[in-house]
Design a protein around this ligand. Sequence first.
Ligand code: EPU
Length: 302
Amino acid sequence: MRVEGPKLTAELSDLGIDIRCGASMAELTSLGIGGVTDLLRITKHESIPELISVLERHQTRYKFLGGGSNLLVGDGELPWLILQLGKPDPEIVIEGHLAHVDAAADLGRTVTFCAKHDLGGMEGLIGVPGTVGGALRMNAGAYGMQIGSYVREVKLYRAAERRIEILRGAQISFEYRHTSFAPDDMMLAVTLELPSKPFKEILQGIRICNEKRRSSQPLGQKSAGCIFKNPPGASAGRMIDELGLKGLSVGDAKVSDRHANFFVNAGQASAKDMLTLIADVRGRVENVFGVKLEHEVVVWDA
Ligand code: EPU
C-alpha cells in the first residue's frame, strides 16, 4: 500500500512522520522475506493517537513493526502501511534498580547496557534478536527466564482506548510466548526492575548462554527463530528432528540442519515457499504425534 495523495502526505508530515516509500520487508526482517510497502517512522510517541485517526480517516490499513526478527511477511505489493518507532537518544536510562527502556531499543544492547550498570537477570536473552518492544509483546524467554518477570511498568498505545496509557506489571499477564496485550496495542517503552549483580558475574552468564545458542542454533543464517511454540511438556524441535525432517526444503525455504524448529531462508525463499514448508511440517507432526503445533512466528500474509 502507498501513501496516496498530497492531503495524507501533508497530514503525516505535520505529525513529524518520516515516510520511506517502497520499503522492502525482506530488508526489514531477519528472515529476509516479504514484499513492498511504504514505511512510516514515528518520531514522537505522543503523535500516535492522531496518526491512527489520520490513517483511519483515509481508510488506510497499517501494521506496527518491531525489530522484524519473529516475523514472516507475505510476498508482492502489501495491502497495509508499516509503522515503526524511530530510535530516541538515549534509548535506556538507569535509575537505581530500574532501567527505563524505549521499545525501539535493541534487546541485546539493553542486556549489555544493564549489565554494565551491575543489573542482571536477563542474561538468557542475549542473542535473541529484535527490539525490547517485540520481546515484551511476545514475552521473549530463553534458558529458564522470560522478560515479563522483570516488567515494572509499560507505556503503550492501547488501540481499544485510542490513547497512550501506562500499565503496571501486575496488570499484565505474561505466559509462555504470550501476553495479555491486544494484537493491535503498540509497545512504546518499559521500565524493568532488575536484580543487582556484579558485572563480571553477569558477563559469565552471558558467555554461557551465547555458547549454548551458538552450539544449537543456526545463528549465521536468515531465520525468524523458532517457527513453532513448544507444546506443553514437549519440544517441537525434537519432534521435527525425530521425523528426519532436517534439510527438508520448498524452494529456498529449508528446515535448518542445526535446529529443526528453525526454518531458514537459504537464498531467495518466498513467503509462499516458507508457508508451504511450515504447513507440510505441521501436518507431518500431527500425523505422527497427534500434536497440532502452534506458530511461534508471527505471520503477516497479504
Ligand atoms: N532438539 C533436538 N533436535 C533439534 C532441536 C532440539 O533433538 O533439532 C532437542 C534438544 O537436544 C533438547 C530439546 O530438543 O533436548 C530442546 O531443544 P533446545 O534446548 O534447543 O530448546 P528448544 O525448546 O528447541 C527453546 C526456545 C528457544 C530458546 C531455547 C533456549 C521455544 C519455541 N524455543 O528452544 O527460543 O532459545 O529454548 O532456551 O520456546 C525462539 O523463541 O524463537 C527461540 C529460539
